[in-house]
Design a protein around this ligand. Structure first.
Ligand code: HEM
Length: 293
C-alpha cells in the first residue's frame, strides 16, 4: 500500500510524528501548541488516507488492475457503514496502536537482554534448536505459528519484557453505568484510570518485581491469557487486537537478531515514561553480523 521512501510515505511519517506529540498533552487548541499541531496533522493524515481510498476505488473498479486484496483497507471499504469517517478513524487508530508500541517493546527487549547474558544464551539455544528441527524435517527456514508456539523460553522473555517494560502503563476507562466495585461507587460517566504498571510491579504479585527474570514465567505460559494480574494488552471488549501480532513481531526480530548478529549498547541509556516509554538517547546499539551456527 505504501512504500518506504515514497514522498507520500515520508509525509505520512512526518505528520504522524507531529500527531503523536500531541496525543497526551494538555488539550489547548490555540495556534502553536502541540495539541493544535496534532489536530492539524490528524487532518493531513486523513487527507492522505482519503486519497488512498479513492485510489483503491479506482483500482477495484478497473478490471485490468483489480486483484482480490485481503487487506485492512479493502475490508474496511466493504464492511464499514459510516463512510470515510469510520475508515479514516480505524486506520489512524490501528497506526497509532501498532506503530510505537511494538517498536518500543523491541527496544526494551534489547535493553533488558543486555543486562542478562544468561537469557541471551538460552534464547539462542532455543532458536538454533528450532532451525535444526526445521532443517531435519526438510521444511522451509521461514518461521511459522507452530515454531512460535514451540518457543517456550522466547515467550517467557517476551512476557517479562511486557511486564517490566509497561508499554501501556495505564488506561482510561469510562463507567457507562453506575457500578459498585469493592464497596466504592463509580458514578456513570466517570473516568477510571487502570494503572497496569502498578499491578505489574506489585511485590505481592511478582517477587522482586523490578528485576528482569524471564524464568518466573516458566510453566505459566498457558495461564498467561487468563491472568488478572498481567494485562499488558488491556482487557475486556477493547483488549488490544494486535497482541498476537506484536508477540509474533518480537519473536521474529529476536530470531534474526540472535542467529545472525551480536550487539551491544553503544552508550548507557535507560527507559523513561513521558507518558510513553522513551529512551532519552534513542538506545544506540552497535551491531555486527555474526552467524551463530
Ligand atoms: C507490544 C505491543 C503492544 C502493546 C503493549 C499494546 C497495548 C494495548 C493496550 C493496553 C490497549 C488498550 C486495551 C484496553 O483498553 O483494554 C491497546 C489497544 C489497541 N491496540 Fe495495541 N498494543 C500493542 C501492539 C498493537 C499492534 C501491533 C496493533 C495493530 C497493528 C495494535 C492495535 C491496537 C488497537 C487498534 C487498539 C484499540 C482497540 C479498541 O479500542 O477496541 N496494538 N493496545
Amino acid at each position: 500500500m505504501w512504500i518506504l521512501g515514497e514522498p507520500e510515505m515520508e509525509k505520512l511519517m512526518r505528520e504522524y510524528n507531529d500527531f503523536i506529540k500531541g496525543v497526551a498533552v494538555f488539550p489547548l487548541n490555540i495556534p502553536g501548541t502541540s495539541y493544535w499541531k496534532a489536530l492539524k496533522s490528524r487532518e493531513k493524515i486523513l487527507e492522505i488516507f482519503k486519497r488512498k481510498v479513492e485510489e483503491r476505488k479506482r483500482i477495484n473498479g478497473d478490471e485490468n488492475l483489480r486483484m482480490e486484496r485481503d487487506d485492512l483497507l479493502n475490508w474496511l471499504m466493504k464492511n464499514t457503514t459510516n463512510g470515510f469517517e469510520e475508515i479514516g478513524d480505524t486506520l489512524l487508530h490501528t497506526l497509532f496502536g501498532g506503530h510505537d508500541t511494538t517498536s518500543r517493546a523491541i527496544c526494551l527487549l534489547l535493553y533488558f537482554l543486555d543486562g542478562c547474558p544468561k537469557a541471551i544464551q538460552q534464547l539462542r539455544e532455543e532458536h538454533l534448536q528450532v532451525v535444526k528441527i526445521k532443517e531435519d524435517r526438510g521444511e522451509s527456514n521461514k518461521l511459522n505459528w507452530d515454531d512460535f508456539k514451540a518457543m517456550e523460553f522466547t515467550k517467557c522473555v517476551i512476557n517479562e519484557t511486557l511486564r517490566l517494560g509497561n508499554i501501556a502503563g495505564f488506561l482510561h476507562k469510562k463507567a457507562r453505568t453506575e457500578i459498585e466495585f469493592k464497596g466504592y461507587v463509580i458514578p456513570q460517566g466517570c473516568t477510571v484510570i487502570t494503572h497496569l504498571s502498578a499491578v505489574h510491579l506489585d511485590p505481592n504479585l511478582f517477587e522482586n518485581p523490578n528485576h528482569f527474570d524471564p524464568w518466573r514465567w516458566m510453566g505459566l505460559i498457558s495461564d498467561v491469557y487468563k491472568m488478572k494480574n498481567f494485562m499488558p494488552f488491556g482487557g475486556g471488549p477493547r483488549q488490544c487486537p494486535g497482541a498476537e501480532l506484536a508477540r509474533m513481531e518480537m519473536m521474529v526480530f529476536v530470531h534474526h537478531l540472535l542467529l545472525n548478529y551480536s550487539w551491544e549498547l553503544a552508550e548507557p541509556d535507560h527507559p523513561i515514561t513521558l507518558p510513553f516509554i522513551e529512551f532519552p538517547k534513542g538506545l544506540p546499539v552497535k551491531i555486527q553480523p555474526v552467524p551463530h551456527k
